[in-house]
Design a protein around this ligand. Sequence first.
Ligand SMILES: Nc1nc2c(ncn2[C@H]2C[C@H](O)[C@@H](COP(=O)(O)O)O2)c(=O)[nH]1
Ligand SMILES: [Mn+2]
Length: 226
Amino acid sequence: MQQSISASKNTSTAEPSTGFKRVFPPLYKATGDASKDRLAFIHILERLKTQKRTGWVDHGIPNAESISDHMYRMSILAMLSEDPNLDVSKCVMMAVVHDLAEAQVGDIAPREGIPKSEKHRLESEAMYNFVNDMLHDTPAAQRIYALWEEYEEGQSAEAKFVKDLDRFEMASQEYEKAHGEKHDLQSFFDSSIPKLQHPQVKEWGKALLEERVASASETQSASETK
Ligand SMILES: Nc1nc2c(ncn2[C@H]2C[C@H](O)[C@@H](COP(=O)(O)O)O2)c(=O)[nH]1
Ligand SMILES: [Mn+2]
């Protein structure tokens, strides 16, 4: 068996070199049949396509986007990077795995009040279940885990850039346009745009807010002329 992300042998209580210690028994128990276990991973990915993003659902948005919708646009936004210091391919891969654990844990929104440490632990358990029990720690699986962990640590230039994309992508969802003022979505802008760090994404955020102001005044003047 490949040297797993765990430093020790691949047992259910294996502690990976990253010091991760599994607390709960895995949701998926490896059968040992690599093909069967890999299919379990392939099937669980479907939840990213069907699970709607909690923040929008909580605000009553009908037909809200899914988790993979969000990650897909982020991956395209990553390809728009003009920053020579960023590894764009790495950013694209990081964008498409950053919320992967939500296939098992669900999309935890800030308003649910789950502590960051608990959210991280639940998501680490899920990622470990995917990589260790479903994908048998193959080098490709370990690459997924490493990208996810780098995003979570948020220290590298790529991780900071992708976190910016996470925030900007959410703010650029056009629910106000689609549903008028019926839903107060101000918190989605307040919690994202002001936190943008990367110059290019800050530029995008500024343009987005200018567009939002212009659109609101168009709506306002249209309603006044009715
Ligand atoms: N109601 C709000 N929901 C928010 C806000 N910021 C994020 N969110 C939602 C969006 C997603 O459903 C979820 C987390 O998204 P990740 O991409 O980080 O997994 O939380 C907000 O300000 N208000
Ligand atoms: Mn995200």
